[in-house]
Each structure stands twice: as structure tokens, then as C-alpha cells.
Design a binder for this molecule. Structure first.
Ligand code: ZN
Length: 395
């Protein structure tokens, strides 16, 4: 059994890195990110693993034996004002697992670069680069709030952006990958279970909506003559929620709204809106989208505005490898909750190319991306112990 205290001791080494009054700030390609990398190197060296940074900036702690290796890991970056556990828990547990199987199994630990995408809106950057699914030119041209491009930030950090497209060459070293992660819902807490095995990542889409009406005087324009883009957007948001139907697991979020001219006495002439929709099965998401298109066409006529919908992103979701899932479930013993996870994760990206699995650890608050994240390290030890046992059957 991996000791909770051993995991806690590893995590404690990260507590000072990027911590401010409102939470942790370890955004990608920053001094805090670099300090987290130094922590990673110290963990690896203590276990006799060699440290390298791949062409996408992912950190690897590698066994001395030639690849392929089994691999366990997560990420060390956080969102702005993030919590202690999202990502860091998985990397700390990965080192605890590596220590437990040392001498028995060739196991690599990976910390993926820029998983949160908190600085350039490039979530799962490092894992997408590794599997060859990153539009490198598009990502590198993105700028942060301070107008620094991702290419410049990477270069200053010591990772050559010109070589990013060659990152997939490192993937062949991974025979199978498992990620331990904080549960970002209250599912496990409500089930009274310390850990769960993720069966699949939910299907999801992001729809970009452009609504064009006509800016005009808020007082003197007759109701019959108005072409109010924001009032139409409000109706579309309500419809988007209602079209999700009765399945409580189908979640729709209007995530972003830009209004022009956004002035106190002017009818809004243009709106840009983004809708995020997720469900266990992508077919339900696609059906929702078709219904939304139909609704938008009718709404455009009724409200005398133009509405254009486009797909900003669509992911069919992924089912994790059956053999990895069975190994994890077998290692837990007894009944273990099987979960559909509604967030994106590096393990889900890797699962496109290598056998992969994921274990979630109970989070009593159910909150994530906030200092309110909570984990009992005793639960984390249950997860790490199960993963160490499962790896033995996957070798
Ligand atoms: Zn995470």
C-alpha cells in the first residue's frame, strides 16, 4: 500500500510555487512553471529517473531501460487562481507509483505542458502536440493578455517553437498511459467511494454564434422596427438550454458574450456568443446542434436579425481502453464507480493513440479550478496503490 504521507510530502514541495492569496498561479511558460519543473526534476532524480523536456515542453522522468515504457502522469500547470490538487495530485501520485514499482517495472512519469491552456487558451497543449493533433502554427501565434505570443513565451522558456511539429516522435516510447486526477464533480463524494475509474470522456462541441441586427436609438426606435441582436441572443440561449432536454447529464453553457456597441442608450447591433454543449454520447450533442440550427433560422426571421452558427470545436469523446479499464477495476477490487468525465484531460488525448486509462479521486467540495478543491490524501493513496497494481498486469 502506498502511504498517504508519502504523497502528501511530495505535494508539499509544490505548495509554495505560485501560491497567492486567491489560489495557485502556475500558468504555462512562466517562472512558476519553471519552478514546478525543478520540483519535477528533484522527484525524478531521487528515484534514479532521468529527466528530459520533449519538443512540446512536456516533462518526462524516464527509466534507464530502453522504451517502450508504461507511463503515469498529469500536469503541473494551473488556471489563474487555481487549487492545490488539479494536476499536481496526479503528478505527485505518479512519482509515488514509480517509487512503488521501482525495480519491477519500467515506468515513466510525464507532466504535460500547458494542460489548462490558462494563458493562451490552448488546453491539453502538450498532449495534443505529442499525438500530432495540434495546429502548431495557430497555437504559436496566439497571444496572452500581455500581448506575448505563445511562440515568444516558449522561446523565452527554452523550448524551441520551430521544432514543435516534431513532438510526436516521443510518443512511441509509451506502451500505455494512466492518469490520476481529482474528481471535478461530487459524483464520488455522493457515492461514498474514494476513487472511480473513468470509462469515457463525454462528447462535446463549442458553437460560435454571430448575430447581426442594427444599432439604433433605445428610445426612439419603434418595437416593430427593432433588429435587436442581444434580445435575439437571449432567446437563443434559453432555447439552447431547453433543447438539451430531460437528460441531466446533457449540459449546455453560454460561455462568452460580446455585445456591440455595448452602450447604455443603443439597441445592440451585433452579438458574438459561444455555446458549449456536452453529453455522454456525441449523437445527443449532434442532435441538439441540428435542433439549434433549426431554432436559430426561425428566430432570425421572427426577430429580423441574421444568425450564423459555426462549429468552433467538436470532440466525439473517447472510450478508454478496455484492457486498461479492466486492469484498474481489477486492481481496486470490489465494485468501483465507473464514470463519464465531462472535462478534457491529457489521458483522453493520449487515448487516441495509445492504450490509456484514468482514475479519479474523491473531491468532497466537487469544485475545481478554485482553491476550494479538496482531496483527502488517504483517497489519493488508494488511487496510487490501485494504479501500481494495475500496471503490473499491463506490462
Ligand atoms: Zn487537470
Amino acid at each position: 500500500m502506498i502511504a498517504a504521507a508519502a504523497i502528501e510530502a511530495r505535494l508539499a514541495g509544490l505548495d509554495a510555487i505560485g501560491r497567492r492569496a486567491d489560489g495557485f498561479h502556475r500558468l504555462a511558460w512562466t517562472a512558476e512553471d519553471r519552478a514546478a519543473g525543478e520540483w519535477f526534476a528533484a522527484q525524478a532524480e531521487a528515484l534514479g529517473l532521468s529527466v528530459e523536456r520533449d519538443l512540446a515542453g512536456n516533462l518526462w522522468a524516464c527509466p534507464r531501460t530502453p522504451p517502450p515504457w508504461l507511463a503515469v502522469g498529469s500536469h503541473l500547470d494551473t488556471v489563474a487562481a487555481g487549487g492545490r490538487w488539479d494536476g499536481a495530485l496526479g503528478v505527485a501520485c505518479a512519482f509515488a507509483v514509480a517509487e512503488a514499482v521501482s525495480g519491477e517495472l519500467p515506468l515513466a512519469v510525464i507532466s504535460f505542458a500547458d494542460e489548462e491552456g490558462g494563458r493562451f487558451n490552448t488546453p491539453t497543449f502538450g498532449s495534443r502536440a505529442l499525438v500530432g493533433r495540434l495546429d502548431a502554427a495557430e497555437a504559436l501565434a496566439r497571444a496572452d493578455a500581455g500581448a506575448v505570443t505563445m511562440a515568444a513565451a516558449m522561446r523565452a522558456f527554452g523550448v524551441d517553437p520551430a521544432r514543435l511539429a516534431d513532438a510526436p516522435s516521443a510518443l512511441a516510447r509509451v506502451a500505455a498511459f494512466v492518469e490520476i486526477h481529482i474528481d471535478q464533480s461530487r459524483e464520488l463524494a455522493e457515492a461514498g467511494a474514494p476513487i472511480g475509474v473513468v470509462s469515457a470522456l463525454a462528447g462535446r462541441t463549442r458553437v460560435a454564434v454571430e448575430i447581426d441586427g442594427e444599432a439604433d436609438h433605445a428610445g426612439t426606435t419603434r418595437r416593430s422596427e427593432r433588429r435587436d441582436a442581444l434580445a435575439a441572443a437571449a432567446r437563443l440561449i434559453v432555447a439552447a438550454e431547453e433543447l438539451a432536454g430531460a437528460d441531466a447529464r446533457f449540459v449546455v453553457t453560454p460561455t462568452r458574450l460580446l455585445v456591440e456597441p455595448n452602450a447604455l442608450s443603443t439597441i445592440p447591433g451585433a452579438v458574438r456568443l459561444w455555446l458549449d454543449a456536452r453529453a455522454p454520447e456525441i449523437a445527443a450533442v449532434d442532435a441538439w446542434r441540428a435542433a439549434l440550427d433549426e431554432h436559430a433560422a426561425a428566430l432570425a426571421l421572427e426577430r429580423r436579425v441574421e444568425i450564423r452558427l459555426s462549429t468552433a470545436s467538436r470532440s466525439p469523446g473517447i472510450r478508454f481502453d478496455a484492457r486498461v479499464r479492466e486492469a484498474l477495476e481489477g486492481a481496486v477490487g470490489g465494485s468501483v464507480p465507473q464514470q463519464v468525465c465531462f472535462a478534457g484531460h491529457d489521458a483522453g488525448v493520449l487515448a487516441e493513440r495509445v492504450p490509456a486509462g484514468m482514475v479519479l479521486v474523491r473531491n468532497p467540495s466537487g469544485v475545481s479550478h478554485s482553491p476550494a478543491e479538496a482531496v483527502d490524501v488517504a483517497d489519493a493513496a488508494v488511487a496510487a496503490t490501485a494504479v501500481a497494481a494495475a500496471l503490473g498486469t499491463l506490462r
